[in-house]
Design a protein around this ligand. Structure first.
Ligand code: SAM
Length: 346
């Protein structure tokens, strides 16, 4: 009867349902978003304490079950059931989020809640135990990841309750935990863009156990992406990309760029042989074009590479550190240094 694809594990212990709702400290004026109401066990308890519940459910059979729970009762008017995937649904504003979360959407749901322009006051969410531990992991912990940094940077996270697998029907493979996420609001909320911050973290954590130097400078697709972002940023801010002078020593190759002139560059032929310093999408047709665009591409690419090196080695001194050991202050310093160089991530 229950669908594995939808992560349907119904909470059968009413004591735990009660505890989850109580831990949200609801006010009678609150609008609550419930994700995946299932058969409505939590929904009816939330309706006892809040003004309104908006329940988003993906499975039409379950949505019908939830609706049936309040049919003909006074609460009916205070429940709105939206049929669909909560991740793809544009959410109306709400004060609190409560969910016995389907495990497949744990990560996207947390990211969605944290990045809302008007985040809720509090979220009380049930997750698989390991996911809950990732939310609270600190640097050096093997579970520390991009999710940990984001969650703790944008919110206060508290582990509130351990829930054994036998409290569910059917029981899942692993135990669960209830966690409270209180997004930082108002003046407490960091004054930076979520997309910028998360975009940078994605790169830092693409090779979690390698140094930041390896994640950034040893990763050609990353540098290509930054080059495109940099060109775009310069274009939108009316900044000529050519006005810097750079000199890059690439071990055996020397590049020198002055103004809009590449003073010296390795031969264009190199690009046919998997030249590490050049974007792979560059495939010029004629020899003349080849040399011309080779130089222009190479210049911005190398300029960006040099900026990244400067940020990691000179400005922040984080080049030899691994992401798994950096705390939020390190990442904040890193973002500020990149932005100061005109390097952006969204
Ligand atoms: N709230 C109920 C309870 O505690 O007994 C059911 C919880 S069950 C773990 C998760 C529920 O989320 C299921 O009803 C499932 O159909 C629904 N669901 C799964 N993926 C979803 C999604 N992307 N958006 C909205 N609901 C989803």
């Amino acid at each position: 009867k229950f669908s594995k694809d939808f992560g349907q594990h119904i909470l059968k212990n009413p004591g735990i349902a009660e505890a989850i709702v109580n831990k949200a400290y609801l006010k009678p004026t609150d609008t609550v978003l419930e994700v995946g109401p299932g058969t409505g066990n939590l929904t009816v308890k939330i309706l006892e304490q809040a003004k309104k519940v908006i329940a988003v459910e993906m499975d039409p059979r379950m949505a019908a079950e939830t609706t049936k729970r309040v049919q003909g009762k006074p609460e009916q008017k205070r429940l709105e059931v939206l049929l669909g995937d909560v991740i793809k649904t544009e959410l109306p504003s709400f004060d609190v989020c409560i969910s016995n979360t389907p495990y497949q959407i744990s990560s996207p749901l947390v990211f969605k809640l944290l990045s809302l322009p008007n985040p809720p006051r509090t979220c009380v969410l049930m997750f698989q135990r390991e996911f809950a531990l990732r939310l609270t992991a600190r640097p050096d912990d093997p579970l520390y990841c991009r999710l940990s940094v984001n969650a703790q940077f944008w919110a206060r996270i508290t582990h509130i309750l351990k829930v054994g697998r036998n409290n569910f029907r059917p029981p899942p493979q692993v135990d669960s935990s209830v966690v409270r996420i209180e997004p930082k609001l108002g003046s407490e909320r960091p004054n930076i863009s979520f997309e910028e911050w998360d975009g940078m973290l994605r790169i830092c954590f693409n090779r979690r156990n390698k140094t930041l130097r390896a994640s950034w400078l040893g990763n050609k697709p990353v540098l290509q992406l930054l080059e495109r972002n940099y060109r775009l940023w310069c274009a939108t801010n009316d900044i000529p990309v050519d006005d810097e002078q750079i000199m890059v020593d690439n071990d055996d190759e020397t590049w020198e760029v002055v103004g809009d002139e590449v003073v010296s560059a390795p031969p264009a032929m190199d690009i046919d042989e998997e030249d590490d310093a050049l974007p792979s999408f560059f495939q010029p047709e004629t020899q003349v074009e080849k040399t011309k665009s080779h130089k222009s591409f190479a210049k911005v690419y190398l300029l960006v590479k040099e900026k990244v090196r400067r940020v990691l080695e000179d400005v922040t001194d984080l080049a030899d550190k691994r992401s798994g050991k950096c705390d939020e202050n390190d990442f904040l310093r890193l973002l500020q240094a990149f932005n100061a160089e005109g390097i952006h991530f969204s």
